[in-house]
Design a protein around this ligand. Structure first.
Ligand SMILES: [Mn+2]
Length: 307
């Protein structure tokens, strides 16, 4: 008998238990090859842990660059073709295969399909949002929009971990406010006005948050008296893979904007306690997505070797 999922939902908040394993990634932006790499790791973990494994993508699954291999700008890291539509279909198939185990947070790019501001990073006219909707077509878009609207915006997991898409610069919202947030209730269309929108702007768009703001946020989102030690988030590409910005926050990048050799994912034992960002250890919790392409002196490889 497979071990049943012990995940719970409180509105827009996802809660994962203090048992089992969790594989975390972020910002795939239509990179289907990177999702497949994560899927293979997930399946290995399922084999090793009697199926008691969860997967969390921290938002921005969709919207990739449209450059050809020839015109690909170096700043975008390793070339890949945008396969956003195929990636969402692969995500839906994976959820069907592993019920109650596969999750994604809402990112600002998914939110653009629910009325949030649209980005024009790679497509001037139309926007990435319009381009994706044209590619998906009307019928598929109905399914995708319902999926995006169902995604949580915050995940609290195990003993001390929280996950968001952007840096959680949450100034006054409580966990109940976050649980009840209405994704469609956004009248702001300009990105620079979004930063001051409570919850949606704070969790989907912010790139920076001070230690005191994050500490207060972690305190407010405690569930069942479990202390939260560290929040992990993406949104802002970190070319080296990840950065510990302060004792309570890690910004990391699995895919978008990086060279393969710098891409990272995180894998945790949900029964283990995480009191600070430094409890996430290079080579044990923090891993290369492409270890075969990583520099030999990489601290992640060195640490894994020293075990
Ligand atoms: Mn983002």
């Amino acid at each position: 008998m497979p071990i049943p999922s012990a995940s719970r939902r409180y509105g827009a908040v996802l809660h994962l238990p203090s048992s089992g394993k969790l594989l975390i990634s972020t910002d795939l932006h239509g990179n289907l090859g990177d999702l497949k790499k994560l899927q293979r790791r997930y399946e290995e973990m399922v084999e090793q842990n009697d199926g008691d494994v969860y997967m969390l993508l921290c938002g921005d699954l969709i919207h990739g660059p449209i450059y050809t291999r020839k015109n690909w700008p170096r700043r975008l890291g390793t070339y890949y073709p945008d396969q956003s539509v195929e990636l969402i279909e692969a995500f839906i198939a994976m959820r069907a295969k592993y019920p109650g185990r596969i999750f994604a947070l809402l990112g600002n790019h998914e939110h653009s399909h629910l009325g949030g501001p649209q980005t024009r990073k790679f497509h001037q006219i139309p926007s990435e949002t319009e381009f994706f909707e044209q590619t998906a077509g009307k019928e598929r878009m109905e399914v995708f929009r319902a999926l995006f609207a169902s995604l949580p915006i915050l995940c609290i997991a195990g003993r001390g971990l929280a996950f968001t898409h952007g840096a959680p610069r949450v100034l006054s919202a409580s966990i109940d406010d976050i649980a009840r947030v209405d994704y469609f209730d956004v009248n702001v269309k300009k990105i620079n006005e979004m930063f001051n929108v409570p919850i949606l702007g704070e969790l989907l768009w912010c790139r920076q948050a001070g230690p005191l703001v994050i500490r207060r946020f972690l305190k407010k989102i405690e569930v069942d008296g479990q202390r939260n030690g560290v929040v992990l988030y993406g949104h802002d590409p970190i070319s080296s893979g990840y950065v510990v910005r302060s004792a309570e926050q890690i910004c990391f990048s699995t895919s978008f904007g990086l060279k393969n050799k710098n891409k990272i994912f995180v894998e945790v034992d949900l029964a283990r306690e995480f009191r600070t960002a430094y409890d996430l250890r290079p080579g044990i919790e923090i891993h290369h997505l492409y270890p075969e392409e990583a520099d030999e002196e990489s601290p992640l490889l060195q640490a894994a070797k020293a075990l």
